[in-house]
Write a protein that binds this ligand. Structure first.
Ligand SMILES: [Zn+2]
Length: 88
């Protein structure tokens, strides 16, 4: 498994509308910060600093369960090396 640990039976399938990356994540939320182009909040900011806006540009396309998890993980990791997302 490339995106999620072996034995994962439920995960989210996301697409980033900024950079177009598709990926799997154990978290299942409507949208999240893209791990490829998004910025995590800077934890070194003091309490008086303004919280930076985080862009949750990756949105949940589908919740994958059971065999789908391994199927999508394999196809997505192949798509990285093959560079073709058209199979979806
Ligand atoms: Zn992105």
């Amino acid at each position: 498994m490339y995106y999620v640990p072996d034995g994962t039976d439920r995960c989210g399938f996301y697409e980033c509308k900024e950079c177009g990356n598709r990926f799997l994540d154990l978290k299942i939320v409507p949208s999240m910060v893209c791990p490829y182009c998004g910025e995590e909040p800077d934890m070194e900011l003091g309490p008086d600093d303004e919280m930076p806006d985080t862009m949750e540009s990756a949105t949940l396309l589908k919740v994958l369960e059971g065999e789908e998890v391994e199927e999508y993980d394999t196809l997505l990791s192949l798509a990285i090396t093959g560079g073709d997302f058209n199979w979806i």
